[in-house]
Design a protein around this ligand. Structure first.
Ligand code: HEC
Length: 362
């Protein structure tokens, strides 16, 4: 496949260079200046029509999961043609379905089992991208999105529908997410939230978290003088956030009734309470601020620089076919500013990114 590609590229280059070679023949040199204003020229940045065709081919393979047909490629002979083709790409239904599929992999869940729709987090992502909405709604939306990408009520709030407007927090309060990551003490829901939106695991440096006296409770002595790394380095920020998930039961349903709080259970299969994680009466804090509920944490998290850089990073890596743990190449360091300028609208962001010379050249 590769040599074939290369020879096509060389052939393209020859075809492209031919007019210039002819122009160099004795007697035709004077025509060069006039003919260089027509299609097929090199941009002032040194990008050739073949560069644009190659870049479009890659974008098409990644975002539409197919190579462009030859006529489509032949129509790309300038930066303007390329930009137009990229605009069509991000406006296409195939682009949205790729974004949905990518987010199913990203959230590590898909499909429906026993009445629980694990597509919900990816559906919300795809919906926000299709509607070109602020992607911070992935942690703020007070609705859920079905497999047809229509908005509606969340099954996680079926028992308390009126609570949805107050407590829903986008992807992380979908029943799919809550059920997928159910575990003792709600640590997995907490951990997966951080991983998805900060692009790293615990410990979460930067947040001062809780004091040792506030988290030191019956289940474990989180503050431990000889553990490396210390339990407290992770659990001082994980425990308070985990308590916020206690409003949702093991099925992923909103449930604030302490009397039948079946939220999570410990390894011993007994009921777990918030007081397993924080001293009774101590309110959870995130970045030094008291959090009333999971929604408040999610909304405030969506406004952190960490959220922005994580989103810019993973969207950029996807656009160049890089894995989640790859390094973002230096020339894409503008991506985070671009995301801010795009007001977190992913379709605008991709339109900006894919039409940058850095992307074409990469
Ligand atoms: C690097 C971060 C980190 C450190 C350090 C750490 N933990 Fe954890 N701990 C986690 C995460 C993440 C989970 C939830 C996911 C899991 O169970 O693997 C967890 C889960 C737990 C659980 C629940 C296990 C269960 O059965 O569900 C207990 C209890 C716990 N940790 C105790 C401790 C103690 C005690 C220490 C110190 C000796 C400690 N942890 C150190 C991150 C950490």
């Amino acid at each position: 496949m590769k040599p074939n590609c290369k020879s096509k590229f060389q052939l393209g280059l020859m075809v492209f260079l031919l007019p210039f070679m002819v122009a160099c023949l004795p007697g035709v040199g004077s025509k060069v200046e006039e003919s260089s204003s027509t299609e097929g020229q090199i941009t002032p940045q040194g990008l050739s029509p073949e560069d644009f065709q190659k870049a479009f081919r890659r974008a098409s393979l990644i975002f539409l999961k197919r190579s462009p047909d030859l006529e489509q490629l032949a129509r790309i002979s300038s930066k303007e043609d390329y930009d137009r083709a990229i605009r069509d790409l991000v406006d296409s239904p195939e682009f949205i379905s790729t974004m949905r599929q990518y987010h199913q992999e990203f959230f590590d869940m898909s499909g429906q089992t026993m009445g629980i729709n694990y597509n919900e987090p990816a559906n919300l992502a795809a919906y926000l991208i299709r509607e070109n909405r602020d992607f911070r709604d992935i942690l703020r939306a007070t609705y859920c999105v079905n497999d047809e990408l229509e908005t509606g009520d969340c099954s996680s709030f079926s028992r308390e529908p009126e609570a949805q407007a107050t407590y829903a927090a986008g992807a992380i309060t979908t029943q799919g997410f809550l059920h997928r990551w159910v575990s003792s003490f709600n640590f997995e829901r907490t951990r997966e939230t951080l991983k998805a939106f900060a692009c790293h695991d615990y410990p979460d440096g930067g947040d001062p978290g809780m004091t040792g006296a506030e988290v030191e409770t019956g289940v474990h002595t989180w503050e431990c003088s000889n553990c490396v790394p210390s339990c407290y380095s992770c659990h001082s920020t994980m425990n308070p956030r985990a308590t916020l998930f206690y409003d949702f039961d093991r099925n992923g349903q909103f449930n604030r009734q302490p009397a039948n709080n079946v939220a999570t259970q410990t390894d011993t299969e007994t009921r777990s309470e918030r007081t397993d994680l924080l001293i009774d009466g101590v309110a959870p804090r995130f970045n030094g601020r008291v959090m009333a509920n999971l929604r408040q944490y999610a909304v405030e998290f969506s406004e952190t620089p960490k959220f922005a850089s994580c989103l810019a990073r993973r969207l950029t890596l996807f656009s160049i076919g890089g894995g989640l743990n790859a390094r973002v190449p230096d020339q894409f360091s503008f991506a985070e500013d671009l995301l801010q300028e795009s007001n977190f609208r992913v379709r605008d962001f991709y339109l900006g990114l894919l039409t940058r010379d850095e992307y074409v050249r990469h």
